[in-house]
Design a protein around this ligand. Structure first.
Ligand code: GAP
Length: 465
């Protein structure tokens, strides 16, 4: 169904789809969400967008620290999904797309949420997410909802100077279709054959009715998706493989085992073309919620695009003298949502000498800065060599440099940024050509010669990069 003429999201009440009760959480700190949101603003992770103009609801800008965290999450995914494999290649498809793609994929007809208005207070809600389908959560009125309307979540726009049916374009609501429509291109140009995958990271856009919970659900977000094309007989086996592999990726990057789970979908949750789907879920402060879906999509997507485009989207296996439409296993993760989950999981507070130390215990591969260079004082005699030291480390790792405030305050600031190592250049350094290296997690310090510093950090940081 086409999107309605009026903007039904304009006065939607921002109750989120998920249960905001905190009693479910195993994180032990009901204020965690607020603490992380506050830290994000204070330390330059995420800012509300267009803030100087009063904000633009549910959009966010990633600050100097957030952009690094997000990039590291995406890099970690790319490394494991593309760089370290021989059977997956990358893609960067366009965001603007013609209606034909979304007609074929089924998004124009089916990518809708049921929307109801309360006649009593005028608030709007997603019917499928209401606790009681007949009761307005805003004013408590019973039986006052309008008939549900099917609201299409795609952002529609016009390409070119003339607005008209021929110029209609959509912002992609998922990166996945880029891989399906380029299946033949990649097959013909990359010498890959099933089983092989096409991976992509990029922005997607959905006109969500109930965005919320900070960057958990936004209208503009980033996805990390991979479509793995397999011989039909191997689909089940590959589905299991990708469920395990993707779950392990979160553990490998520091997600505590108790805080994530792999939840297979019930029969009635499956899309009509999927024979199996499982979600990787994280225990958010409001309860279990999705980070990634892994789906066995069968041959639905390639068949649909073949039918609508008239192109053959199949593989000819010469050895077996057999032609078939590959089945697809799709691990589809949210980059922005996953970065947020890593942030929540990493947040920690502890008492140190009567004060609360806030520390982000991020896995070093995800930490925005790997090393902070801190001259003990702002004096020129320390500043110069400290900056030289910074220049030595920067080709290898993302480093921060800070010369303001007392050294203890600067350590705390780096703890809040999740920087695994701080290097202090002091007056002794001028004599012994060594620096003090402080470990974020243990707060232990050791003296390391400047000449062996790169080798020292290589040993610490590179094996887990
Ligand atoms: N191609 C399949 C697909 O797009 P999805 O479950 O709709 O599947 C995949 O999206 C992932 O993208 C989700 O698990 C979630 O992490 C992320 N995602 C989806 N909608 C989002 C939104 N509005 N804001 C932030 N992340 C979102």
């Amino acid at each position: 169904m086409a999107a309605p003429d009026t903007d039904p999201t304009s006065d939607v009440v921002e109750t989120d789809s998920v249960d905001t009760e905190l009693e479910d959480t195993n994180l032990g700190d009901p204020e965690l969400f607020d603490k992380v949101v506050n830290l994000s603003k204070r330390r330059g992770v995420v800012y509300p967008s267009a803030e100087i103009y009063g904000g633009f609801r549910s959009t966010y800008d990633y600050g100097p620290v957030g952009v690094l965290l997000l990039r590291n999450v995406k890099d970690a995914w790319w490394k494991s999904m593309v760089q370290r494999r021989h059977d997956v290649v990358g893609l960067d498809a366009s965001i603007l797309s013609p209606p034909a793609i979304w007609e074929a994929s089924g998004h124009l007809a089916n990518f809708t949420d049921p929307l109801v208005d309360c006649r009593s207070c005028g608030s709007r809600h997603r019917l499928d997410k209401l606790e009681e389908p007949d009761v307005c959560p805003t004013c408590g009125a019973k039986g006052e909802f309008t008939e549900p309307r099917h609201f299409n979540l795609m952002f529609k726009t016009h390409a070119g100077p003339v607005e008209g049916d021929g110029a209609v374009a959509y912002l992609r609501p998922e990166t996945a279709q880029g891989m399906f429509i380029n299946f033949a291109n990649v097959l013909n140009s990359s010498r890959k054959k099933p089983p092989f995958g096409i991976a992509q990271i990029g922005k997607s856009f959905r006109n969500e009715i109930t965005p919320g919970n900070f960057v958990f659900r936004t209208r503009e977000f980033e996805q990390m998706e991979m479509e793995f094309f397999v011989p039909p007989a191997e689909a089940e086996e590959w589905y299991k493989y990708w469920c395990d592999t993707r779950f392990q990726w979160y553990l490998d990057h520091g997600m505590p085992e108790d805080w994530i789970r792999l939840r297979p979908h019930e029969e009635d949750e499956l899309s009509h073309y999927s024979t199996a789907t499982a979600d990787v879920e994280y225990m958010f402060p409001w309860g279990w919620d999705e980070l990634e879906g892994i789906a066995n999509r069968g041959d639905y997507d390639l068949t649909q695009h073949a039918k609508h485009s008239g192109e053959k989207l199949e593989y000819f296996d010469q050895a077996a003298n057999e032609r078939y439409v590959p089945h697809v296993i799709e691990p589809a993760a949210g980059a922005t949502r996953t970065a947020f989950a890593f942030l929540l999981a990493a947040y920690d507070e502890e008492e140190v000498r009567g004060e609360t130390r806030v520390v982000l215990r991020l896995h070093p591969s995800l930490a925005p800065y790997k090393i902070a260079v801190l001259p003990l004082s702002k004096k020129a005699e320390l500043q110069g060599p400290a900056k030289e030291l910074l220049a030595k480390l920067q080709p290898h790792w993302m480093c921060d440099y800070d010369e303001t405030q007392a050294i203890g305050r600067r350590y705390r600031r780096q703890d809040e940024l999740g920087t695994p190592y701080a290097v202090t250049f002091d007056f002794d350094s001028l004599e012994d050509n060594a620096v003090t290296v402080r470990d974020r997690d243990t707060m232990e310090q050791e003296r390391i010669g400047i000449d062996s510093l790169v080798a020292y950090f290589r040993e610490k940081l590179d094996p887990i990069a």
